[in-house]
Ligand binder design. Structure first.
Ligand SMILES: [Zn+2]
Length: 516
């Protein structure tokens, strides 16, 4: 079997880690000026080049033909040995995740006392997963770092620096810390192009985009995934091959779902989800892919650039441009991120996906002021009055349990109605149109009415005692139709739920799952 790409193309110089130039340039400069510190701490997410940089540093310190700018030659015996990770007397790699006892700390301390193998050589300890070291190990290391032996360098690599700060703060102050950044999709894509170019394997742009997105900021993962894709076929790397190798969902499925949401065909969601389930789709993968597609749709709606999708998908999203408001897409993305943590643990993933998609399809869309004014212009004032009545209802049902605690026993509908109005209330902040520019208030003192106001809505501070705040009817009219639809929907839902206890339980369950 051929060498894994991640190993074969591991950078041999600081310039090769250009993605982290803020770190590699500094280290190279330190080598060139002969001002290398005794201890370094490299922090950053996995696969961002921590160990690679540590090895390049070790190569540069020990290179027989070091260049004047601080770069190692990458060719001499010492460079080759260190680069390949094979036995080098002067470079010791320690995985703290597997060696973390007191004995190891003692051993480390004793071994660090040994001088490097030659006059002009450096002993470099590379400690991976350094946050796993015990307090005792850190104490031993602190003693070494307080009086470091000549030509001994420690490089600690960690994904969780805050844990080191907790257990070994004194050590931190003796280390030079560098923070490596998560690697972006364009940078990963460029690197994949270079690597595949050297391997003489052609690849389409959307195939590389898919691999880069799946790699989630890790160059090592990107190259391993590429290995995986290469292993299942010949010739050009295409989007289909990537999908097959990585178990990704075909792009058309996402476009189909976006289509169902745009056209509000909630009933067709079930068939789509069943087809995905039959196809053995991992719903976690599906949701993250759907998130990407909704993000792309958002970019299209905002006239931004939708990266990493095919021209075919772009055309489809362009066609839906006018059917989505940015705020609606943002709400969907927010709902997706809200259910994600519990989704992974859930044993009802298919059900959760169905419910989420149905919610997306039934989502009350934000309406622009222009559309509202157009509707009002055609509908006349009578419709407006009816809407006022409908709109006044939800606050009343909400207030009922507070003013009449005994109502639990009387009308069967009351508890349901108050239940159903809660999700709506939670949705409020996410819907810009539901909180329209505050209409002018007409404030009139009225003792009799203030009593009602404080009873019905004690929390509203602007309706203080002795004053009655009243929305100016003309100004408020623009917001009315939007609220009406919501109120009517809530009312219908309350009725349905009152009739069917199973539905009631299901809806309540869903609300808990999706909103809490
Ligand atoms: Zn060399």
């Amino acid at each position: 079997m051929s060498l894994a790409l991640a190993r074969k193309y591991r950078p041999k110089s600081f310039a090769g880690v250009a993605v982290q130039s803020h770190v590699s340039d500094t280290l190279r400069g330190a080598i060139a000026r002969g001002r290398v510190a005794h201890g370094y701490l490299l922090c950053g997410p996995r696969g961002t080049g921590k160990t690679t940089l540590a090895r390049v540093l070790a190569m540069a310190l020990n290179c027989e033909n070091k260049q004047s700018d601080g770069e190692p030659c990458g060719e001499c015996v010492s460079c080759q040995r260190i680069w390949s990770g094979s036995s080098s007397l002067d470079v010791v790699e320690i995985d703290a995740a597997s060696n973390r006892g007191v004995d190891d700390a003692r051993e480390l301390r004793e071994r660090a006392m040994y001088a490097p193998s030659g006059e002009d050589r450096y002993k470099v300890y590379i400690v991976d997963e350094a946050h796993m070291l015990t307090r005792e190990a850190w104490n031993a290391l602190l003693k070494i770092l307080e009086e470091p032996p000549p030509r001994v360098v420690f490089v600690f690599a960690t994904t969780e620096p805050q844990k080191i700060a907790q257990s070994a703060a004194p050590v931190l102050s003796r280390l030079q810390r560098f923070d490596l950044k998560r690697i972006g999709i364009p940078e990963i894509t460029r690197r994949l192009e270079t690597v595949l170019g050297s391997e003489k394997i052609p690849a389409t742009a959307d195939a590389l985009g898919m691999i880069a997105r799946s790699a989630d900021g890790s160059m090592r993962d990107a190259l391993s995934l590429t290995d995986q894709v290469i292993s299942i076929g010949e010739g050009e790397l295409t989007a289909d091959r990537v999908r097959e190798a990585l178990g990704l969902v075909p792009e058309d499925e996402y476009l189909g779902v976006i289509d169902l949401i745009a056209t509000k065909k909630a009933g067709d969601i079930f068939e789509t989800v069943r087809r995905l389930a039959d196809g053995g789709v991992d719903f976690g993968v599906f949701l993250s892919g759907l998130g990407d597609m909704i993000r792309a749709q958002l970019a299209v709606v905002l006239n931004g650039r939708a990266d990493g999708i095919s021209p075919h998908a772009l055309a489809s999203l362009e066609a839906h441009r006018d059917e989505f408001a940015a705020s609606d897409l943002l709400r969907m993305l927010q709902m997706l991120s809200t259910i994600e943590p519990q989704f992974r643990r859930s044993s009802q993933q298919q059900l959760l996906v169905e419910m989420l998609l149905v919610r997306f399809a039934l989502l009350d869309r934000s309406v622009t002021i222009e559309e509202v004014l157009q509707t009002l212009g055609g509908g006349g004032t009578r419709g407006g009055e009816e809407r006022t009545v409908a709109r006044a209802r939800p606050p009343q049902t909400d207030a009922r349990p507070a003013t009449r605690p005994a109502s639990q026993s009387s009308p069967a509908q009351a508890p349901h109605a108050s239940h159903s109005s809660h999700p709506a209330a939670k949705d409020l902040p996410a819907q810009p149109v539901l909180s329209p520019p505050t209409p002018p208030l007409r404030v009139t003192p009225s003792a009799e009415q203030s009593a009602i106001a404080t009873q019905a809505a004690p929390s509203k501070s602007h309706e203080g005692p002795g004053w009655r705040a009243e929305l100016d009817q003309t100004a408020a009219s623009s917001a009315r139709p939007r609220l009406t639809t919501e109120a009517v929907r809530q009312e219908r839902l309350a009725m349905l739920r009152a009739q069917d206890p199973v539905l009631d339980a299901a809806v309540r369950e869903l609300d808990l799952d999706l909103l809490d």
